[in-house]
Structure formats: C-alpha cells, structure tokens
Design a protein around this ligand. Structure first.
Ligand code: HEC
Length: 271
C-alpha cells in the first residue's frame, strides 16, 4: 500500500523527533569499546559500601560520560531542564538532570581497574551484586558534596539510556498542580521514582503508583516506610531516604514528598 503524502510526512516527523529525543539508546557491550574514546581509571568513595565514618575507596575503569552522551544523543542532552535516563536490567530507572551531569565529573565504568570483582555487597544479606555491563559513578572525592546523596544517581547494571520526553515530565507535574509542590516533585523523582511510579512515569522495579498509595495513608505510616523501610520488612531492598543527611532534614524531605504525592493523587488519574 502506498503511503499518502501527509502520512509520510507525519511518519518522517515522528522518526526525526524520535532521533532528536533519542528516547532510548541501547549501550554497546563493554569491550566493543566506544569509538575513539580512551578508557581511564577513576577512584571514588563507593557509596554502596561506605558508611559515613568508614569510606571505602574503589578504582573503576571507564569513560567520561559527556563525550558518550554527545556521541549517541548529540547536543540535545545539554539543554537545561532535560532529564537523562539510565535504565537497569531489573527496571531501575535513574532520571538525572542534565545540569548535574554537566556540573560534576561523572563516568560510565565497566570494570574494577585493579582486577577485583566488578560487583558490590548489598544489604540486607550482603549478597554480591554484579555492576555490569555499565555503572554510573561520580567523582565524589574531588566533590565531597556529592556524598550527601549516597548511592542515589549511581545506577548499576545499566543497559540503556536516553532523554526523558517532555510529555512524560508533564505527567509528573500536571499544569493544575500549584508551584509550591516543585521541591517535593523533584525529591520524589530523585529518591523514589527509580523504582516506583507517579502517573505512569518511573521505574518498574516495584511499579506501584505512589500518589495513589499515599492518598489513603497518614503521614506517620508513609514516613515509617520512607525513613526506615527495613523496620517494615527486614529483607526489603528499598533504601531508607537520604540516610547521609541529618534526621531533621530527612523528616522535612519526607514531608515535602508526601505533600507532593497527596496533591498529585488528589488531581486523580493519569494526566
Ligand atoms: C531501590 C528501589 C526503591 C526505591 C528507590 C524506593 N523504594 Fe519504596 N519500595 C521498594 C520495594 C522493593 C518495595 C516493596 C516492599 C518490600 O520490599 O517489602 C517498596 C515499598 C514501598 C512502600 C510500601 C508499599 C506497600 O504496598 O505497602 C511505599 C509506601 C514506598 N515503597 C514508598 C517509597 C518512597 C516514597 C520512596 C522515595 C522516598 C521509595 N519508596 C523509594 C523499592 C524502592
């Protein structure tokens, strides 16, 4: 069947938008090596294995992220307000503001530079979890302020990345939502939506809709999950919210997240 010209135009437009947005890029396997780029060692304080008073340094082997993104996504990812997404094998989805990626040195690594296992020990059972094929790490030695966010924004087992489409972002912050919920929305995206969802946006590791869940819950019950999930379930893989930060700040963050989720939930349904 012949495509009518306007259909063809729409098709071409869709293809070109798809390209510019580069919704989803499948990363090549490590070893296929990224054209013309030279891997280098990078030493970090491994947030998955460190405690505030017991930092653990690890040296990984990998590439600075910026040229990799330039290569696959063009310059589009550098625009302000863009979120770059990193998706892991198990559905974990990190959505990282481009500003942060341009502000701090960040690397896509694929091996331990000293030849040790490319894996980390994770609670609660201290299982060793492989980090490959790709793992995103930050220079938190040169930039100690990055340590305040622990392992948030350090996705491992990454297989794809891309740019978050603007309409999906709008679903997280519908036009009807008052501006005062902006901080709560940002915290939710940063700390919760890698595993959970709001209005269909987020990771699929534990894809409950947090806005719907929160509508029926008191702040006390919400906070007990968020601040100390292992008290709810000792075997949970859900991390406690921002453990590196002081208790009062964690409380405040939990309130902001709760306020935002209740407000989005009250607007109802997918927007
Ligand atoms: C690394 C993934 C991950 C992140 C990040 C995460 N969670 Fe969870 N969450 C889980 C998993 C897995 C469960 C399933 C419960 C269990 O393990 O016992 C869960 C359970 C919950 C529950 C209980 C749901 C129920 O049906 O009882 C709530 C509420 C919740 N999470 C809220 C949050 C909020 C709010 C944030 C952000 C501050 C967050 N989670 C961050 C993985 C995560």
């Amino acid at each position: 069947m012949m495509l009518r010209p306007h259909r063809l135009l729409v098709l071409l437009l869709m293809l070109s938008v798809g390209r510019v947005l580069a919704g989803d890029v499948l990363l090549p396997p490590p070893g296929a090596h990224l054209d013309g780029m030279t891997p280098a060692p990078i030493t970090v304080i491994e947030p998955h294995e460190s405690k505030p008073l017991k930092p653990v340094e690890v040296t990984y082997q990998g590439y600075p992220l910026a040229p990799v993104l330039d290569h696959f996504l063009g310059a589009a990812w550098r625009a302000p307000d863009v979120l770059v997404t990193f998706e892991a094998r198990d559905g974990y989805l990190s959505m990282i503001p481009s500003v942060r990626l341009t502000q701090y040195p960040v690397y896509l690594v694929y091996a331990n530079a000293r030849g040790a296992d490319f894996s980390i020990e994770t609670p609660p059972l201290n299982d060793r979890v492989p980090l490959g094929p790709w793992y995103l790490v930050w220079d938190n030695i040169a930039y100690p302020e990055l340590r305040a966010d622990g392992a948030t924004y350090w996705p491992y087992q990454v297989t794809r990345f891309g740019l978050m489409a603007p309409e999906r972002l709008r679903a997280l912050f519908p036009p009807m939502l008052p501006e005062k919920y902006r901080d709560g929305a940002q915290l939710t995206r940063q700390y919760c939506l890698s595993c959970h969802q709001v209005n269909g946006v987020g990771g699929s590791k534990m894809p409950i809709d947090l806005a719907q869940w929160t509508t029926h819950q008191s702040f006390a019950r919400f906070a007990s999950w968020v601040l100390d999930p292992s008290a709810k379930n000792p075997l949970t893989t859900m991390p406690a919210l921002a453990v590196e930060r002081p208790a009062t700040e964690r409380q405040r963050m939990a309130r902001q997240i709760y306020g935002y989720l209740r407000a989005v939930g009250a607007l109802g349904g997918r927007n």
